[in-house]
Design a protein around this ligand. Structure first.
Ligand code: FES
Length: 186
């Protein structure tokens, strides 16, 4: 419950928070139910949110657009201090931790841009280029999903050597004959 008038005026109603963040009221209720933000209740049992929740929700919004899962976002927001507005260094700690995940996603986006018009190793084998790149769906050996977008390369799935083939090949190779030293004539 709210105790002081000063605290009451620094808080936002759910409608104000929705307007400021661009989220719908139902989305804010969803995030509240997941514990990403915590409302204080007024005497009339209305929700009031600290202004710092604008940043928490904005972070959740951006992080989801960048491809972080809700579980990852929840985990990160749970590291922020309760009962006070997070400081710059609190946010920096989160930013450092998610940098690796963001960079991995950026690399995948770059690969997508490069590969999307050719074979992506998804197993459909419907494009004529797949005959070249993923003959017999070799990429499925890497697991489920579009293997080449996930970082596998066609050469990772090269056929294993056929037993006996290496010996045959070695026999077929022309042998190098080392010339014998010739004795000097007298
Ligand atoms: S695009 Fe689907 S297997 Fe190549």
């Amino acid at each position: 419950m709210l105790s002081t008038p000063a605290l009451a005026t620094s808080l936002l109603s759910i409608g104000e928070l929705a307007r400021r963040t661009g989220l719908s009221v139902s989305a804010i209720r969803f995030y509240e139910a997941r514990g990403l933000v915590t409302a204080i209740r007024t005497g009339g049992n209305q929700r009031r949110f600290p202004r710092a929740d604008i940043r928490r929700l904005s972070f959740a919004l951006i992080a989801q657009q960048l491809g972080l899962t809700l579980a990852e976002i929840e985990r990160e927001l749970a590291t922020l201090p309760k009962g006070r507005a997070p400081t710059r260094s609190d946010w920096q700690a989160i930013s450092t931790r998610i940098r690796g995940a963001l960079e991995a996603r950026l690399r995948m986006l770059e690969r997508t841009r490069e590969l999307l018009d050719g074979c992506i190793g998804c197993g459909c084998l419907s494009l004529d280029r797949c005959v070249l790149y993923n003959r017999g769906d070799k990429a499925a050996r890497g697991g489920a999903g579009p293997r080449y977008l996930l970082g596998d390369r066609a050469q990772d799935f090269a056929d294993p050597p056929v037993p006996g083939k290496a010996r045959q090949l070695a026999r077929a190779q022309p042998r190098l004959v080392t010339p014998r030293p010739v004795a000097p004539r007298r």
